[in-house]
Design a protein around this ligand. Sequence first.
Ligand code: WT7
Length: 668
Amino acid sequence: MVLHDTDDTTGQPTPARTGLENLLAEDRRFAPDPEFAAQANVHAEVYSWANADRLDFWADQARGLLDWATPFTQTLDWSGAPVARWFADGTLNAAYNAVDRHVAAGRGDRVALHFEGEPGDTRTLTYADLLREVSKAANALTELGVRTGDRVAIYLPLIPEAVIAMLACARIGAPHSVVFGGFSAQALHSRILDADARVVITADGGYRRGAPSALKSTVDEALAAGSGEIVRHVLVVRRTGQDVDWTEGRDLWWHDAVDGASDQHEAVAVEAEHPLFILYTSGTTGKPKGIFHTTGGYLTQAAWTHRNVFDLKPETDVYWCTADIGWITGHTYVVYGPLINGATQVIYEGTPDTPDRGRWWDIVQKYRVSILYTAPTAIRTCMKWGEELPSARDLSSLRVLGSVGEPINPEAWTWYRRVIGGDRTPVVDTWWQTETGAIMISPLPGVTAAKPGSAQVPLPGIAATVVDDDAQPVPDGAGGYLVLTEPWPAMLRGVWGDEQRFRDTYWSRFPGIYFAGDGAKKDDDGDIWLLGRVDDVMNVSGHRLSTTEIESALVAHPAVAEAAVVGAADDTTGQAVVAFVILRGDAQTDPETVGEDLRAHVAKLIGPIAKPRTVLVVPELPKTRSGKIMRRLLRDVAEHRQVGDATTLADASVMDLIQQGLATPSTD
Ligand code: WT7
């Protein structure tokens, strides 16, 4: 199996989950309920249609799911590969499709958003409300000088204004760049600069874990770091009422700029290939990549997958995706997919444990949520908290459950279905990436017999497979690398400002084929099992982190001479960041507190999500003769395993030194 790589700079994927072979041996599959299957939006024939004519299938979806200002006549232009052009001669507007047309069709009174703030405050916005708010915000942005094509940075908590701001940008054809509210000033600064954003939309703060958490001050700090030179205005939503510093002429309150603006605004029809947004994600180097998506193809696949992977019935379902808008899941499955489909959804600002650990299940009960989409790490956390909490609530409204972000172990999958889904709901394990824009591999509820732990099959119209080192598809029962062999509508169109990096990262490992960076295996039925990343990317709680980026942050600390970071298996978060550091000889550090100092330092430079779980001070790092750090050996140490083959080390005694050193100074 190719997954036991010999290159010490690429990591082995996280070990296949426990019990996998057992579960397969027992062949524990869940056949679709016949009643559910009879009512499902799609049936098995959809695969034969898409297989027979993939482009015809997507063209038909693009026409059926979206309203076009100018209909397209070309489906795919792949002559500029790897930059695809889908539906390129058509024009449309994303916000018009997400909002206006529902109102025009008489669905203005349907609830679009049930907002639940962490402190318990609520707001309900119908599609008609959303149309007014988005139009006003679009007029306010225009007033601030934002034009079609300009970039706008958004740094907001998950409140209705986040959705409104994204749609207002889309309405004028200004690509948005949403930066997750947990990222640091430094991270925000570099993203503003890279996208050359002229306006930043933020809030005074948001509620997290029962307390207001500041955002505006982080924007101030980011702009002071240099991006203030290019940012003309900061639009600030009042959410928490906390004190903020104010720069006259630059800063404006949202309520002053937006509330009084006209609620009439004509959405700008843009070309299908006009950029809709940029979203930064960690790669294998220290510099985040600005993944960008365009309009027509992205919206087509967002809408199709949202409707059919979750079997959405827009008139009756109440949908809830727990992701923040700072991630791709929030873009595709909180904003664009659900709203294009005219769904009613819940958005929740806070954490699952506030005011207590029953909060999520209170929300499901209160709004009678019928479709829930969340991450394995959240499911495992709820498992730890015990099934009494969900069992004490009425969750009988749930009818479809989804999982995303990392491999879901069969134990968590079966717990999710049994305890949350009452043993009746389909569970869909959906594989995709920021780059793919929308779901690529997933069972279809009502169609596929579900197999716990496996994402199973490429969706109709998607060509995904597992190949070996020579790009040859592996036989059933074997492992290799996950690749996408045909262009798909929602695919990234590039890395913002860096086409070479786009080509190098995704299209050079196997020429002409998209390399996802994930290891995968096909079981004897040909179903796909994801095995984790095969590059220097970690997946912590479904969030992507780069080993190199955290290493760069660590060596930027005056006390650190060298650093190596690995992702170690973790029961709850999937992987956890473990850092090995060599301190400078002259470092004035207290061995008692150095671990905590370095954790805080990483939080400051990148954000709290990147904080190492463990910092280990070591005298040496294991390196090959050519100087490459052998992360594989460090991962063995971090996962408390017998250290593997170390014969290619330049100095074979290093591992002994590390092991001895570890007896004492670990911080957890
Ligand atoms: C990476 C993409 C897609 C939105 C959330 C993360 C991992 C994602 C699954 C899944 C196994 C998964 C992969 C992928 N991943 N979903 N269902 N099973 N692994 O988006 O930050 O772009 O990360 O997340 O490793 O490459 P992202």
